[in-house]
Design a protein around this ligand. Structure first.
Ligand code: 6PG
Length: 238
């Protein structure tokens, strides 16, 4: 696969002829990494993103015969809505990933009732400390503006979200372009993962990715690529 050098980090560009083949390849790589983690430490932690892209990948991964009862699934980010909301990433994961063999996995959501997004983030941050860090697998998406997770370019305190030295796990996000308050893993926790995949589809996302990694104003996805100690595996199909 083409290996691109980007300043202090690099990424691997994995292009597929169509989306089903991408889903099969990404699901296979993720399943292999989870299986390896379970063999090495008795458990594996997978953090996934929401949005409209991952459903086919989730469904494909859900059917793979790995030790799902040893796998913990959580979210890269979440809107401040209950799982019953059509905007909920927890709802998306429940409907598409936590089915078939993957039904046996333990799911750790980010949303819970709280007085506000700050309180939810603080209690999430405390609760998630009991997970076996670092994450084994993180699957990111990317918006046309180069955001990933909930690192929106117009987010308040974006530098705090992108601080590679942060000791936080979850932070609240306020960004006009997000449309609503969000909860997100910090960049610091994402880049510790043993395997980081970026799953993007369509020509528009390819153009947006090329623009985000080109010299110029640094987009959030580029902050992840540059901070990651190992190449991010980009999975793309038209
Ligand atoms: O909660 C979310 O929406 C995701 O975590 C977000 O970062 C997503 O990956 C991108 O916005 C791409 O979304 P699409 O897959 O819908 O293009």
């Amino acid at each position: 696969m083409a290996r691109e050098q980007l300043n202090s980090a690099s990424y691997n560009w994995n292009a597929f002829p169509d989306r089903p083949q991408l889903a099969a390849a990404l699901a296979g790589r993720v399943a292999d990494r989870l299986t390896r983690a379970v063999a090495e430490r008795g458990t594996a932690v997978l953090a996934v993103s929401g949005g409209t892209t991952p459903a086919k990948f989730f469904a494909t991964l859900s059917a793979l015969p790995i030790a799902w009862d040893k796998v913990i699934v959580t979210l890269v980010d979440e809107r401040f809505v209950p799982a019953s909301s059509p905007r909920s990433n927890a709802g998306l994961v429940a409907a598409n990933l936590l089915q078939n063999a993957a039904k046996a996995a333990r799911f750790v959501p980010l949303y819970h009732e709280a007085s506000g997004i700050e309180d939810a983030a603080a209690s999430d941050d405390a609760a998630l400390r009991s997970l076996p860090w670092p994450l084994d697998v993180v699957v990111l998406g990317m918006g046309p503006d180069g955001h990933t997770a909930s690192f929106f370019p117009d987010a308040d305190d974006l530098a705090k979200l992108l601080d590679p030295a942060s000791d936080r796990i979850i932070l609240p996000v306020h960004a006009a372009s997000a449309g609503e308050p969000r909860l997100t893993l910090t960049l610091a926790r994402i880049i510790e993962a043993g395997f980081i995949a970026l799953h993007i589809e369509g020509e528009d996302k390819r153009t947006a990715f090329d623009g985000a990694v080109a010299p110029g104003p640094r987009k959030p996805i580029r902050a992840v690529l540059e901070a990651a100690p190992r190449p991010v595996e980009v999975f793309w199909a038209p």
